[in-house]
Design a protein around this ligand. Structure first.
Ligand code: PRX
Length: 637
């Protein structure tokens, strides 16, 4: 890329290299034409995109708005995402192409061609059917980054069951909540897995979660990942290998309506309870197909590596469904980027010849700390495209990634999206002129605006709420068991204005910059966690009378939690505050899991309240930011 400091509002901008423009699936003229066509008729634009995939029966209309804001994409359409992600490849040149390259933390690896993956998925699909699982049933997955996780997701989708992944970094307590909420009939887990040199015993947590029984769970399927000596409950638990041993490698693919649920994924909101976001088969696959081919510019020879965990939306969309629908080779790595040392990711890139690398700012910041000698140990010349998601990437992090990993040859795409949006909404294309720190423009077919709290558009340079002003195919279908909340959370002003909860601005070049959330949600290392969720976890401890959690900046994780705790009188008199801190941190780990990073716990006598009695977190946050509004409210530190 050429670096230019003089043009484009006189800021540091990066223009694509000529060869990249020549090779791009979508060149600047095509991009402009697609934008204009989508602006003129966004339904026709998405209909074209839908025609690129295979359907059992084509739709009667592109969009049904009768029950807005419950939108219904491609009504009458019949399909199955697995038909497009796997089945259709078996009759093409993709049959013997690598679908998945998996590497364990210990260095073991496994590769699956599309045909091999297809056979494995079919065997598990048959096994699930033999357990009585059918269309609409829910299956909870509590699994690490191993091939069986992908196989289980696809097998569920193939038979029309709804998978619900619970991130393996969550606690037994959260797992239990998800099982109860979803009324899952089956839980799929592993005996254990490897993470940063440690062996994490996962099955034990499942046993803890299901202790005392569960109304719904009939079977627990256990993958032998670590050959751990685990307790198997005779009537309930079965080893994955034993279950599929006798199964045939052909299985019928369930015919689904476009709007039928594919998965539920929980994400944090402003209230204590995480929301179960539901995505469906039809619209989701259409948007992902466009995303892979247009944004990620997929070519037949690509090796695509998205480092997201399958427990989050990034893993669902850009490790599993998107790459497979696009017929590319997807890479999955079980372990930690620093294991055994800080070059693990670069080693993987060079050994498999990764061409497109999609990761998160928190990972880049972590690796940056170790300097450029680690990337220099490896040949990274296969890379042609870099991307990041989940949180803002600061210009210095962007530049480090661009120079040290992309060798100033690869565009860095800062992609903005959410669990609810299903696929990238605002992002540069490889051919875009890039400004580090900006997420650029909405992709064609996505319409956005920036408005104040009353819905009035804000001028250039002024911060406001990001709204998506037209429905889009990969939008969430609903919230599980909570349609009311779906409406009030996401469509507060108008039934066609999706409220993202993000505060953003647009610069004089029309590019969008993300400034953070407008609501009480922390973004810890790219993971969304509600302040209230963390506070509720603290309140479950007998030492805590009152608590407020706010986000504070962190060099690596972007943001971590700080808790202001008012102790109950019998604990307030204890002198060993360090012991109380240790106890509370341990308690948080048990309640939520290692994702809940509380860096600092400060004991206070009282907390500031609003007139209506709510805790005024903004006062604490402002104080943390050095803008003390009323320090007298914080008696003790
Ligand atoms: O605040 C935005 C932030 O992450 C939120 C969505 O998180 P989640 O549902 O976990 O989905 C992650 C999918 C990537 C958004 O509301 N966010 C996401 N991408 C960016 C971002 N913040 C700044 N820049 C981004 N590129």
């Amino acid at each position: 890329m050429n670096t230019s400091k003089t043009t484009y509002s006189e800021e540091l901008v990066f223009r694509p290299l000529p060869q990249l423009v020549i090779d791009a699936n979508v060149n600047p003229q095509e991009f402009a034409a697609a934008q204009a066509a989508a602006q003129a008729d966004y339904l026709a634009y998405w209909e074209d995109a839908a025609h690129e995939l295979e359907w059992f029966h084509k739709w009667d209309a592109v969009l049904d708005t009768t029950n807005a804001p419950h939108y219904h994409w491609f009504p009458g359409g019949q399909c199955n995402i697995v038909h497009n992600a796997l089945d259709r490849h078996i009759t093409t040149g993709n049959k013997n192409k690598l679908a998945l390259i998996w590497e364990g933390e210990a260095g073991d690896s496994k590769k699956y061609t599309y045909y091999e993956l297809y056979r494995e998925v079919n065997r598990l699909a048959n096994a699930l059917r033999s357990l009585g699982i059918s269309k609409g049933d829910r299956v909870v997955l509590y699994l690490p980054l191993i091939p069986q996780t992908m196989i289980t997701m696809l097998a569920c989708a193939k038979i029309g069951a709804v998978h619900c992944m619970v991130f393996s970094g969550f606690s037994a307590k959260i797992l239990r909540q998800r099982v109860v909420e979803t009324q899952a009939k089956v839980v799929v887990t592993a005996d254990g897995f490897y993470r940063n040199g440690h062996l994490i015993a996962l099955k034990t947590l499942v046993d803890e979660a299901l202790m005392g029984g569960s109304d719904s769970v009939e079977t627990v399927i256990v993958v032998n990942r670590a050959t751990l000596d685990v307790h198997m409950s005779e009537a309930r638990d079965i080893w994955y290998d034993a279950l599929i041993r006798q199964e045939r490698s052909e299985a019928a693919t369930e015919v689904m309506h476009a709007h039928d649920p594919l998965f539920i994924l929980h994400t944090s909101g402003t209230t204590g309870e995480p929301k179960g976001v539901i995505h469906g088969h039809g619209g989701y696959m259409v948007a992902l197909h466009r995303s892979l081919n247009w944004v990620f510019d997929i070519k037949p020879t690509d090796i695509f590596w998205c480092t997201g965990d399958l427990g989050w939306i990034t893993g669902h969309s850009y490790v599993v469904y998107g790459p497979l629908i696009a017929g590319t080779t997807t890479v999955m790595y079980e372990g930690h980027p620093l294991y055994p040392q800080a070059d693990r990711m670069w080693d993987i890139v060079s050994r498999y010849g990764v061409t497109v690398l999609y990761t998160a700012p928190t990972v880049i910041r972590m690796l940056m700390r170790y300097g450029h000698q680690y990337p220099r140990m490896h040949d990274l010349s296969t890379l042609r495209l870099l991307a990041s998601a989940g949180e803002s990437i600061s210009p210095d992090t962007w530049l480090w990634f661009y120079k040290n990993i992309g060798h100033s040859q690869c565009p860095v795409l800062d992609t903005w999206w959410q669990t609810e949006t299903g696929s990238c909404m605002i992002t540069p294309f490889p051919v875009s002129v890039l400004k580090p720190g900006s997420v650029h423009r909405p992709v064609p077919g996505i319409m956005v605006d920036i408005v104040d709290d009353q819905g009035q558009a804000v001028p250039t340079g002024v911060q406001g709420n990001l709204v998506i002003t037209q429905p889009w195919p990969s939008m969430l279908l609903d919230l599980d068991r909570n349609s009311q909340k779906y409406q009030s959370t996401y469509w507060p002003l108008k039934t066609h204005w999706y409220w993202t909860g993000d505060i953003v601005s647009r610069d004089e070049d029309g590019l969008i910059w993300i400034h953070g959330r407008s609501d009480d949600i922390l973004n810890i290392a790219g993971h969304r966690i509600g302040n209230v969720e963390l506070e509720n976890a603290f309140l479950a401890h007998k030492a805590v009378a009152e608590v407020a959690v706010v986000g504070i900046p962190d060099k690596i994780k972007g943001e971590v939690g700080k808790a202001f705790v008012v102790l109950r009188p019998d604990f307030a008199v204890l002198e060993d505050r360090n012991e109380i801190i240790r106890m509370l941190k341990e308690h948080l780990r048990k309640e939520i899991g290692p994702v809940a990073v509380i860096r600092v716990i400060e004991f206070v006598d009282t907390l500031p309240h609003t007139q209506s009695g709510k805790i005024a977190r903004h006062i604490l946050k402002d104080r943390e930011a050095g803008i003390a509004k009323d320090p007298s409210l914080l008696a003790e530190s």
